[in-house]
Design a protein around this ligand. Structure first.
Ligand code: BTN
Length: 251
C-alpha cells in the first residue's frame, strides 16, 4: 500500500525535492510526502507550481518499480488515471485526461503531475508528484491552461486530506496492477478517458510548435502522432493543445 509512511510538513520547498532527498537516506517504497504549502513548487519543464497554503493536495510518492525502466513512461499516465478516479468520487462531472498527465474538467486544469526518476546504486527510483487544486475559490496570476478546483466544480468545500486518501487509494490499486501487468493493461482505459483520439493537436516541445494528429497511445506511454503525409512517430515529451477532436471518441 502506498502512503506509508506518510510525512506531513507545514512548509517545504517542494515535496518532490524532499522525496528525492529522502531516497538518498533510505526512504522505503510507498513513502508519501505531503505539505500544506510549497515555497518552490515545481512543474514540468522547470515551470513553477504555485499554491496558497492549505488549498491544494501537494503530494509526492516514492516508488522503486520492479518493472523495467522502458515501462516507466506509463507512470505519469497511471497517476493521471488515479487522480481522475479519485476526483470523480467528489464530483458529478466528467474528468478527462490529456496526454501526458493533464487532468481536466471542461478544459480546465484540476491537477498537475510531475514524475521524476533516476538510479541510486543498483536501484531505480521514481517520484510521482501530484498537485490537486482542492479548495480554491479563485485563482490569480496567468496560466497556460485555465485552472479549476474541486470546490469550484462541486460547489461544496472538500477536505484536502480526504482527497489525499482517495488519490492514495486509487494510485495504490493502479500501481499494484501495473507492477503485475505493466503498461498494456491500463492503456485502453486511459485512452477511453482521454478526449483526444483522434484529434488535431499542436505539439510544443524543445524543437518548437507543430500541428499533428494524435492517433493513439503507445504502450511505452508515448503519444503516437501522424503528420500531414500520414507518417507516424512516437512522442515522449511536450505540451499538447487540442484543436479539434472527434466527439464520438471522447468518452
Ligand atoms: C505541471 O503541471 O507542470 C506539474 C505540476 C506538479 C506539481 C506537484 S505539487 C506536488 C509535487 N511537488 C512539486 O514541486 N511538484 C509536484
Amino acid at each position: 500500500m502506498l502512503g506509508t509512511p506518510r510525512i506531513h510538513l507545514e512548509t517545504v520547498a517542494s515535496t518532490n525535492r524532499e522525496a528525492r532527498d529522502r531516497i538518498r537516506t533510505g526512504a522505503p517504497e510507498g513513502t508519501l510526502i505531503t505539505a500544506e504549502h510549497q515555497t518552490e513548487g515545481r512543474g514540468r519543464f522547470d515551470r513553477r507550481w504555485e499554491d496558497a497554503a492549505g488549498q491544494s493536495l501537494l503530494a509526492s510518492y516514492i516508488l522503486y518499480p520492479v518493472r523495467g525502466a522502458e515501462e516507466w513512461g506509463g507512470l505519469p499516465l497511471l497517476a493521471g488515471l488515479a487522480v481522475k478516479r479519485a476526483a470523480e468520487t467528489f464530483l458529478n462531472a466528467d474528468v478527462l485526461l490529456k496526454w501526458p498527465n493533464d487532468v481536466l474538467i471542461a478544459g480546465k486544469k484540476l491537477c498537475g503531475i510531475l514524475v521524476e526518476s533516476g538510479r541510486l546504486g543498483d536501484r531505480g527510483w521514481v517520484v510521482v508528484g501530484i498537485g490537486v487544486n482542492v479548495r480554491q475559490r479563485e485563482f490569480t496570476g496567468s496560466y497556460r491552461t485555465p485552472p479549476t478546483s474541486l470546490l469550484l466544480e462541486s460547489g461544496r468545500p472538500v477536505d484536502v486530506d480526504e482527497v489525499q486518501s482517495a488519490v492514495t487509494r486509487e494510485l495504490s490499486t493502479l500501481y499494484g496492477l501495473w507492477t503485475d501487468k505493466g503498461n498494456a493493461w491500463f492503456c485502453p482505459e486511459w485512452t477511453r478517458c482521454a478526449g483526444m483520439f483522434p484529434a488535431d493537436i499542436v505539439l510544443e516541445d524543445e524543437t518548437g510548435k507543430r500541428q499533428l494528429r494524435a492517433v493513439d497511445l503507445g504502450r511505452d506511454g508515448s503519444l503516437i502522432v501522424e503528420n500531414e503525409h500520414g507518417e507516424r512517430t512516437s512522442v515522449f515529451a511536450g505540451d499538447v493543445s487540442i484543436l479539434s477532436a472527434n466527439e464520438e471518441n471522447n468518452a
